[in-house]
Design a protein around this ligand. Structure first.
Ligand code: AMP
Ligand code: ZN
Length: 112
């Protein structure tokens, strides 16, 4: 737990969030500034900085991937986009790894 981390605060319950799904390893909650009709963030409970560090932890990686699948099943979305913004240039603002799960509208390519 990083006391300065916003998403550690959500895990701890000291920062409010609308929880969509949770298990022993992960938490999924609605993004506060949704960019699509469905915009859920899936995070490990553990404070892991980004997808590079997540990838080094096989058990937690698997748990996050499984949680993404469970969220899309739960929300009954078939077409969706999963984004891990990484680093400042990659658009990452919160340095507690999170998968953006976006659905409910068409998405364009290339991304902005
Ligand atoms: P990123 O820019 O990829 O690091 O994503 C951070 C995301 O966290 C953004 O989409 C924000 O809208 C979202 N966010 C920031 N604060 C909160 C919060 N308190 N609860 C839920 N989502 C948040
Ligand atoms: Zn954290």
């Amino acid at each position: 737990v990083d006391p300065d981390c916003l998403f550690c605060g959500i895990v701890a319950g000291t920062v409010a969030a609308h929880r969509v799904r949770e298990d022993e390893w992960t938490l999924a909650f609605d993004d506060i500034v949704p960019q699509a009709p469905v915009h859920v963030l899936v995070i490990p409970r553990a404070h892991i900085r980004d997808i590079t560090d997540l990838a080094a932890d096989a058990a937690t990686s698997t748990a996050v991937m499984a949680a993404i699948r469970e969220v899309v099943l739960q929300l009954a979305v078939e077409d969706f986009r999963v984004v891990f913004n990484t680093g400042v240039q990659g658009g990452q603002h919160v340095f507690h790894v999170h998968a953006h799960v976006l659905a409910g509208r068409p998405f364009t390519w290339p991304p902005g």
